[in-house]
Design a protein around this ligand. Structure first.
Ligand code: ATP
Length: 477
């Protein structure tokens, strides 16, 4: 058996996702919609597993966290106060030959200029650099760039039937602001003590200039965000301790996902001048995707910027009073995780191709077959256990296998499959990453046991049906 991790390409991931019902092109029957994706039966399970695990780990299992679910369309004043109306923009540059549009900072970064120096924010300087370094248009290869202009990424809409400026509203570009505007509500009702955090999972929308790379950059996506409030730091080490705690938590989370943190994760300390307007320190956790090393998650020290801005714009008192009666505005550390990028990284990390030699009477003569297997950690796998009757046309086998399926489905995501030969059924389950396959055969009818086949080792063992609950509790819970 051989296995080569370097064989993972985006073509293989995209094709597997479509073939096995993880991810489809959005609105496909109408010719699709560029960069919109729909999650199929296994994709939605994967996404739900990610979100549920995150919620359990970071909200339910921690004493210093509570949850929230705020509205997507917020009072537009929110975006004035947060600075998004003025600052949430990317530099858009147009190729004068073919009129294609790109982010100039991305073009420069792609040419590795971002790694060796801080990108100039000045538009004329960015254009000069594009021309001086002969950075070509990815579409038509010419070097003919317009001056970049700032393009605001927020999606605009109108509330109510009249499309007039006083009715303009925005789809939220991040979930974080829903947390800040509810700070007082949570304080008044839950009365948490500092340090504490509020976690939220929800959709965010950005009118990205260059979406792409499958689900990596889309205009509609989900975030899992935490705003972790701390007392105003007297020294740098005070906020650094909370920052470091969340850095470790993110690393642990990535390990739980099955990512090779040592080799595939790079922590980029975002330099001054490139950080968001509210950030004093930002770490981008970059993952080695097949299309290059790109941001997976962000960890940001947002200071007291957001609460102070909202207090000023709304007139609400967003302060905290400690046990000694000191009143102040808390500072905040924000671990921000995208659901789709999590899913994409987990798919890339789990993808394995193994060359198996088929048994043959003469040594070395067996045919070589490639097995595609998604080695998801069991908690993440969309199906945990597949149950097969050995033969479809033997009612007593089907009945027994159904009984096993009914027994296990209450505790685990299970699938019943009686289609095709057992080898084909194994391959199907390998491709969706099912950790265990159970086969009911004629011996099962006599002995009350069945074959359990392990996805990763492909080893098979006999287990008594009455002992299955206990057996899986040790492996899957
Ligand atoms: P990028 O530099 O890739 O545009 P960002 O720094 O703007 O990302 P943040 O504002 O820090 O991203 O958002 C937090 C997280 O939300 C990101 O780390 C990522 O996981 C996710 N995310 C952001 N934008 C998108 C998008 N367009 N599509 C999918 N996920 C996204």
């Amino acid at each position: 058996m051989s296995n080569n991790k370097n064989d993972v390409t985006m073509d293989k991931i995209v094709s597997l996702c479509k073939r096995r019902g993880f991810i489809f092109s959005g609105s496909e029957i109408y010719g699709g919609l560029a960069n919109a994706w729909d999650y199929g039966p296994y994709g939605v399970e994967l996404k739900n597993n990610i979100k549920q695990r995150w919620w359990r780990k970071f909200v339910l299992e921690r004493e210093d966290m509570v949850g929230l679910d705020a509205a997507i369309i917020m009072n537009p004043e929110t975006w004035k106060a947060s600075g998004h109306l003025d600052n949430f923009s990317d530099p858009l540059v147009e190729c004068k030959k073919c009129n294609s549009r790109f982010r100039s900072d991305e073009l420069l970064r792609r040419a590795h200029l971002g790694k060796v120096q801080i990108l100039p924010l000045d538009h004329e300087l960015q254009r000069e650099l594009l021309i001086k370094e002969k950075i070509t248009c990815p579409i038509c290869n010419s070097v003919s760039w317009s001056e970049p202009r700032q393009f605001n990424l927020m999606f605009k809409t109108f509330i109510g039937p009249a499309e007039k400026s006083s009715n303009i509203a925005y789809l939220r570009p991040e979930t974080a602001q829903g947390i800040f505007v509810n700070f007082k509500n949570v304080m008044d009702t839950s009365r948490p003590k500092l340090p504490f955090g509020i976690g939220q999972i929800g959709k965010a929308f950005r009118n990205e200039i260059t979406p792409g790379n499958f689900v990596f950059r889309t205009r509609e996506f989900e975030q899992m965000e935490i705003e972790y409030f701390i007392a105003p730091p007297k020294k740098d080490k005070d906020w650094q301790a909370a920052f470091e705690m969340w850095r470790q938590e993110i690393i642990n989370w990535m390990k739980e996902l099955g990512l090779d943190v040592k080799h595939d994760i790079y922590e980029l300390n975002v330099p001054d001048g490139e950080r968001a307007h509210y950030s004093k320190k930002t770490i981008d956790f970059e993952y080695k995707f097949p299309f290059g090393q790109k941001e997976l998650y962000g960890l940001v020290y947002r200071t007291d910027y957001d609460l102070k801005q909202h207090a000023e714009f709304s007139g609400a008192d967003l302060s905290y009073t400690d046990d000694k009666g000191n009143k102040f505005t808390p500072h905040v550390i924000e671990p921000s995780l995208g659901v789709e990028r999590t899913l994409l990284a987990a798919l890339c990390a789990a993808y394995n191709e193994e060359n198996l030699t088929q048994p043959h009477p003469s040594p070395g003569q067996g045919k070589i077959e490639t097995r595609v297997v998604m080695k998801f950690p069991p908690w993440l796998a969309p199906v945990k256990i597949a149950v097969f009757p050995l033969l479809k046309n033997k009612p007593e086998l089907v009945k027994k296998a159904k009984a096993v399926f009914d027994l296990l489905k209450k505790d685990y995501a299970c699938e019943f499959d009686d289609n095709g030969n057992i080898g084909k059924r194994y391959r199907r389950q390998d491709e969706i990453g099912t950790p265990y396959c159970l086969t009911v055969d004629f011996d099962s009818l006599k002995n009350g046991d069945l074959t359990v086949r392990d996805r990763d080792t492909m080893k098979q063992e006999r287990v008594k049906i009455e002992k299955l609950g206990e057996w899986f509790r040790g492996k899957l819970k």
